[in-house]
Design a protein around this ligand. Structure first.
Ligand code: SAM
Length: 288
């Protein structure tokens, strides 16, 4: 773990939050593997998140359910390959295939998962899976901003001509703002037809000239995560004007709470918290 840098280390914190799902009165997902990647430091960080802004870990719960749904819907619509981009300790490749309520969607349709993350993160994950008798899916160990992602994935078995789902969860905020559009445009050149879903902050994180209370909450979250948020998207139109995408869906995670049967939790938050939560959103872009 010593060689995993501060961005990679955020993956442990997310695992610690998912580990706690089983104890929730109304679990939104089943991730029996999360505990493998959790540790005391990550649990302390997760508690720190809730201390600075109590809805923080709830939003990670909502986002996990959202990306599960994104994959499930995409597979129902015909996609047979899923890329977990900056996947960290995402165990969807194993847990969706084995979910009780998956209706054998994944088994019957033979969905292939691919994972992309930094070398140290995937080596750690692969080692842990091997020690428990599980196989790591085909993986690219690289900084995905620095490689030709479509070609690298094709070398690992991805068909660049077939419909593809890309889960880009918990990543955009850590990337340099100037890297985003060149990266997405390169990806769009290499893969014919895909949907990419991501979570994001809908503010300019460079200028940070938004509400003082929101800045304070965001900076508290950065401190608890021990990472800096570099990129936000105040306007999703950039993906349609500066890249060849259509915005297929977008909204706030707090709104999704209602769809997931936890509307009362969101409605119970003070109004100023609910206003801050409007800044944390999801988006799915479609190409081809
Ligand atoms: C907050 S974690 C989220 C992990 C996972 N997607 C989830 O939600 O559980 C961010 C992950 O993205 C990876 N990551 C961020 N930028 C990356 C890059 N440029 N290349 C490869 N991996 C990256 C980090 O190493 C880390 O594992």
């Amino acid at each position: 773990m010593a060689s995993i840098n501060e961005i990679g280390a955020t993956a442990f914190v997310i695992a610690a939050i998912r580990e706690a799902e089983a104890e929730q009165p109304e679990p939104l997902f089943h991730d029996p593997f999360a505990a493998w990647f959790s540790n005391d430091m990550a649990r302390t960080a997760a508690r720190g998140l809730d201390a600075v802004f109590p809805p923080s870990t709830t939003m990670v719960r909502f986002r996990t359910r959202y990306f599960d749904r994104f994959v499930e819907r995409g597979v129902r619509a015909g996609a047979r390959q899923v890329v977990l981009l900056g996947g960290g300790f995402d165990m969807r490749a194993h847990r969706l295939a084995n979910a009780d309520d998956a209706e054998d969607l994944f088994a019957e349709n033979r969905v292939t998962f691919f994972e992309v993350d930094q070398k140290a993160v995937i080596e750690f994950k692969r080692g842990l899976l091997e020690s428990r008798g599980l196989e790591q899916p085909p993986s690219l160990l690289a900084n995905y901003l620095e490689v030709d992602l479509a070609t690298e994935l094709a070398e690992r078995g991805l068909d660049p001509g077939a419909p593809t789902l890309i889960v880009w969860e918990g990543n955009t905020m850590y990337l340099p703002p100037e890297s985003i559009m060149p990266f997405l445009n390169r990806l769009a050149e290499g893969i014919a037809s895909f949907r990419i879903a991501f979570d994001y902050f809908s503010v300019d994180l460079v200028e940070r000239d938004f509400e003082a209370a929101d800045v304070q909450r965001l900076e508290g979250i950065e401190k608890a995560m021990r990472a800096t948020f570099l990129t936000g998207f105040p306007d999703l139109a950039v993906f349609e004007t500066e890249a060849p995408f259509a915005v297929a869906e977008s909204g706030s995670f707090a709104e999704l709470g209602h769809e997931f049967g936890l509307g009362a939790v969101v409605d119970g938050y003070p109004e100023e918290w609910r206003e801050t939560l409007e800044l944390y959103r999801y988006c799915a872009l479609a190409k081809g």
